[in-house]
Every structure is written in structure tokens, then in C-alpha cells.
Design a protein. Sequence first.
Length: 470
Amino acid sequence: MEHPREELHIGDLLAPEFIELLSQKQTSAAREALLDLDEVQVADVLIALPAEPMAVAFRLLPKKKAATVFTLLPEDQQQMLLEEMTHEQLAQLFDQMPPDDRAQLFEEMPGQVAAKVLALMNPAERRKTQIILGYPPESIGRIMTPDYVTVRPEWSIQTVLDHIRRHGRDAETFNTLYVVNELGILVDDIRLRQLLLADPILTIESLMDHHVVSLTATHDREEAVRVMNKYDFPVLPVVDSGGVLVGIVTFDDVADVAQQETTEDIQKLGAVQALQEPYVTVPLLQLIRKRGVWLTVLFLGEMLTASAMGFFEDEIQRAVILALFVPLIISSGGNTGSQAATLVVRALAVGEVRLRDWWLVLRREIICGAALGLFLGAIGFVRVYLWHVSGWTDFTINYLAIGMTVLCAVTSVVLWGTIVGSMLPFALRRAGLDPATSSAPFVATLVDVTGVLIYFGTAMLLLRNTLLAH
């Protein structure tokens, strides 16, 4: 069978050519070749180059293009370029970057270096950066840009069009214009399409419907993902607590946040502390530490399972056959609990359910858990029966009692696992913690311990007059 081949990117095709040009000191030809490519293509080429040629090729780019290309590079290559540049070169590069991308890089730089570079930047760009960095790290204010176009209600359409021609070049986007009053408070938004189709002598106020969706700068950045997904807008305004317009958030920034948050949630659901950089670039010691912490906690939790089984040592000695079903019972509960936790965490993350919906979720999961438990328990009962009739294991006259014990225990454990898995994310959210912390392995471990207690408790109740009779 033919195996699928990886897609060959333009960087893989052009990298050998650039290496050859640079090795022959033909920097002018290399520069011309880079200028013929767009920013995404240039980034692909740089990614495919070894470290030294990449740094040389990056220096050949014009400042404006270099700033855009830099934001498209992986973090490890960005870090390498930062280490190669002087503070003055960094200041010139950062002056050309969008303020939100620049602020993110400042977050990752050592404080002393960031302070020196900030001091060397253009005063206007420095102020924009300082405003963004003044917001909490995980807030919407950290991903917004202050480059936008505002208009006033009393302006005519023609005045606005002239204003766009004068100031639109510096804006992140002007497909949407924001109407503010004399205090800078956001009162409406106007699409460029509306302006182009309107009579030039009309005023902005005649186009206003006084309905605008906005974000608050201090709110968590996940809110931007939810709101943009709900309204399907490519850009959203950001206001402060008083309603004053302070920035905008564009879809590309929100897409980055969505990817980061989803990655973080998936890692947490797998019982791994969130990685702050790509998997292949994380130092091995850091990777071991982030995985080892949770594994240690889970290992200690599983030790409680052994302790729980030790509590029923006498019952196991009198009916060794019960031990055969322990993995079956506890794994069923852990698996269903993990399923429920995963579904509820995702539903909370995308806003499908909220804290007040816990009772609705609980009712649904009780029904699902009971149905799944009965189905799995019935399979377990059939297995006991088939073992008996085939003669593989001699249950003598107690096979029906053992089968019923397995059926009832599986039903109870699966139901319990479903309840725990579905309610734990709500409890964590209510406590102000990330629901993704209720990882599948954590839920499975918790249900394993309690599942042993449920199983042997059921066995003592149903088999006290037969196998477990004194």
C-alpha cells in the first residue's frame, strides 16, 4: 500500500536555493528573491533554513516586512532571532509590529531587556504597548490592538470617507468603523459597506441603530472566543468599565486564543500540566516534570484502591472468584466517568451549558448512566452464565447470585462514575478553577477507589447467604 506523502511547502523548495546564494555571498540576489515572496512564503522559507542562514536572511528584509514575518515564525526561531539582535535593532523591529503582537513578545522577554527595548521605541508605539501590558495577562486587553478608526455621529458620510483616507492606513482594519461620543464612549458601529452605499450628504447618525456588541478589556480572553463565535463578527470593539472604546480584537487574534485554550484544555484532560510551548521544543526535564506531577498524584490515588481491596481481604479469601471481576467493574466506572467529564468540560468551554444548568446535566447523566450500566451489567451477567454452562469455571449453584452481583455492581459503579464525571467540572467552575482540571485520568482514579467499595459492598449484600456465608 502506498503511504501518504507529506505536503512539500514552498520553504522546502526554496531553502536550498537561499542557502546556496548566502554561502556565495550573493546577498543582493537573496534579498530580491525574498522581496518577490509574500510574508507567509518568506516565513516558510526562513523556517526551512538552518539557524545561521535564517538570521542572515531575516536581516535582508525591509523593516515593515520583517516585522510581519517575525510574527509568523515559531517561538523557538523568534527567540533565536531576539538573541541575535541588539536592543536598538529590536526597538526598530518592534516599532513596525502590531501592538498586540508586540505586547505578547514583551511578555516573554526578560524584564531587564524588555525595559531597555521599550525605552528605545518610538514614543507613540511605546505608549500603545504600555497600555496593553497594563491589563491582566489572560485578559482581552492583552490581545486587543489600539489601531482602529473612530467617527462621530454628527459627521457626514463624505467627511468620514475623507477621514478614512487620511487615517485608515494605520488602522488594523476599517471594514468596521466605531461611533463614539465626545467622551469617547462607544455608541454604535458602522460597516464600510453602509457608508459606500449611502448618500454622501447624510450624517452617521442617520445610519445608526444604537446596537453594538462589545467586549470588556478586563474580562478573560476566552470570552472573546465565545462572543465572536456567537455573533460571527470578524472584529469586535473592546471597552473599559465606563464604556470608553480602548481597542479592537480581530478574528486572527481570537483564532490564536481559541487554539491555545483548546490545546491547554486537551493537555489538562490528559492529566498533563499545560505546556507553554510546542511539544517538540519543550525541554525534556520540563516535559517530565509537567507529566510527572499528575502521574504521582494519580499513582498515590490508585494506592487507595489497594487499601480498599485490603479492607475486603476476608471476603476475597472466601470467594476468590470475586477478584476476577475487579478490573472489569472499576474500569467500566472509570471509562464512563471519563466520558462524562470530557463531554461536560467541552460543553462548559464552548458555552453550551452554564453553572445554572447543573441539574439538567445531572438528570441526563443519571438516565444515561443507568442505561449504560444496565447494558454493561447485562453483558457481565451473560459472561458469568456462559462461563458456567461451558464448564470453564465452576460456579456450582451460585452462578446466578454471582451474575446478579456483577450486574448490580456494574450498574451502580457506571452510574456513580457518570455522576462524578459530570458534576466534578461544575464543582471546579463554581470554585473558580478550570473545569479541565477534572481530567479523565483523575476521574478514573477517583471512581476506581469508590468502585471497589461499591463492588464488594454489593457482593456482601447479595452473597451473604451463599459464598460469603459464615
